[in-house]
Structure formats: C-alpha cells, structure tokens
Design a binder for this molecule. Structure first.
Ligand code: 5AD
Ligand code: SF4
Length: 473
C-alpha cells in the first residue's frame, strides 16, 4: 500500500521551502500526501528555533503524537529543521520514540534516513555544515512538492555570515554560500515553463549574494574579477525570464543595500514594488549592541533613497523590543524611527534569548518582561497607525492581484495579493481560478487587508490545480 506522509512546518519561509523539498523527495519515492495527519504513516515536524516557545511547541506536539505513533506499527516521526540542528541529541533524549532527527543540512537525506529506521531503531543525523556537492547544498535543487502552484520559492543563498547578537540563524544554518547564478536562472526558467508566474528569491542576506563566489574566483587566481555576479544582476536576469511576472525577494540587510539593487528593482518591471527592510531597532546604541552595522539615521536615509528610486514602494520590516539593555530613551528612538519610516506592515517581536548567542549572555541587562510587553503594545500602536494610513492610500486605485482562492470568512468573496504584497478581499460575480491575474478596484482598507471589487479578469493560470497546505507557527 502507498505510504502517506504529513509535514508540519514551524517558522520562516526557508523552513517552509525545506518542507516542500522533504515532501518532494517523499513523493519522488512514491509516497503520497495524507489528506489528514490521522491517515499519515509518516509525520514530519520541521522545527524553527529563531524565537521563543519553539521547544515548548515541539515537545508539546511530540507529547500528543506519542499515542499516534504507538497506535500503528509502521508509523514514523521525523523531527527536522533548526531546533533539531541546535539541540542535536537532546530531541532524542526527550522524545526517544522519534524515528529520525535530522538537521538543516540533511534535507536531501530524508528518504534514506527514513529507510534506515524502518526496522524501528531511531537515527540522528546532523551535519555541522552544508555538504559541498551538487544538489545536496541548495534545497531548491531537490525534487519539490510546491505548496502554491503559481508561486515558487527559489533558494539563492544558504547560511548567514553576519553576527547579529540576538540571532541563532548563523549557528544553525552555517556560513553563507551563494548558489551559482546560472543554476538559479535555469530553475526559474524551468518554473516558468511549468506555469509559475511569481517567484520569491530566498536568502538570509540577499544583498551579499555572490560575494563568496567572487572571493572563490579570486582565490583560484582570477584577480581581474569584479565582485560579480551580484544581487542586482540576479534581479535583472530573473526578471527577464519569459513567463515570470512577479519577482519578490527576502530578506535584504540594510547595511548591505546598494543603490545598484534599488535601480535594478526600479528598472526591472517584474520586480515587485515591495521591500522587506528589517529595522530591528531605531536606537544607535542598541543597533551597535545588536551588531547591525547601521544607525537609525542611516536606515532612514537609505529608505528615503529607496522610495525616491522605486515608484510606489511598499516597505515592511522586523522590529525587536526589549533587547538587553534597551532603555526608555532607546525605545523612544525606535518609536521615532518607526513612525518616520511609515511602514506598510511590520513583524514585531519581544526579544527572547537564544542559547549560544552573544545577547543571551547579557543576562544582567535583560529587560523586565512587563516593561518589554508594555513597549510591544506602544510600538504596535505606532505600526498599526502607519499601516492603516498606508493602506488607505490605496483606496480608489485599481490594483493587479493574483487570485489566492476563496475568502475564508466570506465564501462569496475572493482573496488575492497585490504587487505590494497586500492581501485584498474582493467581490466577484465569477469564480476565478487560483493563480489568475485580475484588476481590482480598492474601495476600503484595514490594518491587514484591502477590500474591493473585480474590474477586469486578466490572464488565467497555466499550471495544474493543486491543493494548498498551511504552514503553522
Ligand atoms: N528575539 C526576538 N526576535 C528575534 N528575531 C530573530 N532572533 C530573535 C530573538 N532572539 C527576529 C528578528 C528577525 C526575525 C526573523 O526574527 O527581527 O529579523
Ligand atoms: Fe540573523 Fe542577522 Fe543573519 Fe538575519 S542577518 S539571519 S538577523 S544574523
């Protein structure tokens, strides 16, 4: 009988993309996605450790999966992802019934590991760093089971060479390695041939894409090599692929953002008018403690430049409140920069210590949780206010949306996404297929979405219809 699998993803897009690869490898092996977890023979938990509660979530989930596992002789549990990488043996100690524990550099080994444990003995395999060989290195080079048919993530870089003091990513994802330029463009071309029209380029620090490739060429003796290829070149080349209509990317680092990238965004019509530009803090002192490599003023200057160069740019961000040692004055500086930046939307976090990071050592400066909570609420007021203002500016415009499906709350409405990455709920007399392009007149705006009605139907999707899967966490 065909074995069935289910994957639960916690965390970021990089993780969601790894999940697609694990699913792709399983399907390549003849397995099928289970309609419900209850019907699965294999459950994969793809974990995240970037913020608090990851451990609780994982061990909580494993707690209720234990009876599921014990109820069927062939049932297998795989724990993958960043938490597995970080905690290594600890996962197996706390949940000995787990069949496979595998790290972030072992995605390509998912099927082999599953087979190796078929006899019942658990296995843990955590490579400390990426394996430098063909398809093992970049998850995008493995078979894939994409969650959305019209949109695909494309890994352009793995790892991170920065040393942001709060961040666990460099220690679980390793050093920065850029994927060869030609491979990326070839993958995007292939995706376009399959009917994908929107791609999101993924990396922890996309602006430094290519740096390691040039250094390697120099090391091999080519001293004439300019620092090429760069991210701007990649945007232009991916934007030129026929069939691709929207190019997105995440995340750039403000310290490495170049004018060249901004021009490439402006000059490449397919690159969407959206920049995710993580601020983290507006206080120069805290930014220095965080090792971010810019000041609040510098961030705002670059942002102003981006808005000057790219017409109608939407800007989103990440902000952390309550970083160790953050004073009321530091926090006020963050509020001021956030207000001036006028973000379209923001992910707001309360600092949480990640074991093994530099900031986690600053225990004597930890901010009282009540104070951090209150700062979170105050920051949220500022972010909500500018988000609503930004969204209201869209009222009266006709926007291009890609249809994502029926509105979950109101079945008579459809939901889509604009080039600025805003969610739109809109009325339509006809049901449009997922992936269809449409023109929608925006008539209302709220904090997290726009509303409107269909004006014109554009191109229909070219891909096969597929069920979508939800990420959690
Ligand atoms: N505490 C709180 N937020 C964090 N982030 C990363 N590490 C931490 C941490 N230890 C946030 C940053 C980053 C986003 C992905 O998660 O804002 O940009
Ligand atoms: Fe973490 Fe900083 Fe690297 Fe982003 S740039 S992944 S925050 S270390």
């Amino acid at each position: 009988m065909t074995r069935k699998y289910a994957v639960r993803t916690f965390g970021c897009q990089m993780n969601a993309h790894d999940s697609e690869r694990i699913a792709g490898l399983f399907e390549h092996e003849g397995m099928e996605r289970a309609a419900h977890e209850d019907e699965a023979d294999v459950i994969v938990l793809n974990t995240c450790c970037i913020r608090e509660n990851a451990d609780d979530k994982l061990y909580g989930t494993l707690g209720w999966l234990k009876p599921w596992k014990e109820a069927g002789i062939d049932r297998q549990i795989v724990v993958a992802g960043c938490l597995a990488q970080k905690d290594k043996e600890r996962v197996r100690e706390r949940a000995p019934f787990v069949d496979v524990v595998m790290g972030t550099h072992n995605v390509h080994r998912a099927v082999d590991l599953l087979k190796a444990t078929a006899g019942g003995a658990g296995i843990t395999e955590i490579f400390d760093e990426a394996v430098i060989d063909d398809h093992a290195l970049f998850p995008s080079a493995l078979p894939v089971r994409r969650e959305k048919s019209y949109n695909a993530w494309v890994t352009i870089q793995i790892g991170c060479d920065n040393t942001c003091t709060y961040c666990i990513v460099p220690s679980v994802r390793g050093a920065e390695i850029s994927r060869p330029f030609a491979d990326i463009v070839a993958e995007v071309t292939d995706l376009a041939a399959q009917g994908v029209t929107e791609v999101t380029l993924l990396g922890q620090n996309v602006n430094s894409y290519g740096r390691d490739l040039s250094l390697e060429q120099r090391r091999l003796g080519d001293h004439d090599v300019r620092v090429r290829p760069q991210f701007a070149d990649l945007l232009r080349s991916v934007g030129a692929v026929e069939g691709i209509r929207r190019v997105r990317f995440t995340s750039p680092h403000p310290k490495d953002m170049t004018t060249d990238v901004l021009h490439a965004m402006a000059e490449t019509p397919d690159v969407c008018e959206h920049l995710h530009y993580p601020l983290q803090s507006g206080s120069d002192r805290v930014l220095a403690l965080m090792h971010r490599g810019y000041t609040g003023a510098r961030y705002l200057e670059r942002l102003a430049e981006a808005r000057r160069i790219i017409h109608d740019l939407a800007v989103t961000t990440d902000i952390i409140v309550g970083f160790p040692g953050e004073t009321e004055a530091d926090f006020t500086a963050s509020l001021e920069v956030a207000a001036e930046a006028k973000f379209d939307s923001a992910y707001l976090f309360i600092y949480s210590p990640r074991e093994g990071t530099a900031a986690a050592e600053m225990t004597e400066h930890f901010v009282d949780p009540a104070v951090a909570g209150e700062r979170f609420d105050r920051m949220k007021v500022v972010l909500d206010r500018t988000a609503v203002l930004k969204h209201r500016e869209r009222i009266g415009r006709t926007e291009e949306v890609i249809v994502e499906g029926r509105n979950k709350r109101d079945e008579t409405m459809l939901t889509g996404r604009t080039r600025q990455n805003k969610l739109v709920h809109f009325a339509s007399n006809e049901m449009l297929r997922v992936g269809t392009y449409a023109q929608v007149l925006i008539t209302d705006a709220a904090r997290f979405h726009l509303s409107g009605h269909l004006v014109e139907v554009g191109d229909a999707p070219q891909h096969k219809v597929r069920l979508s899967v939800q990420a959690v966490g």
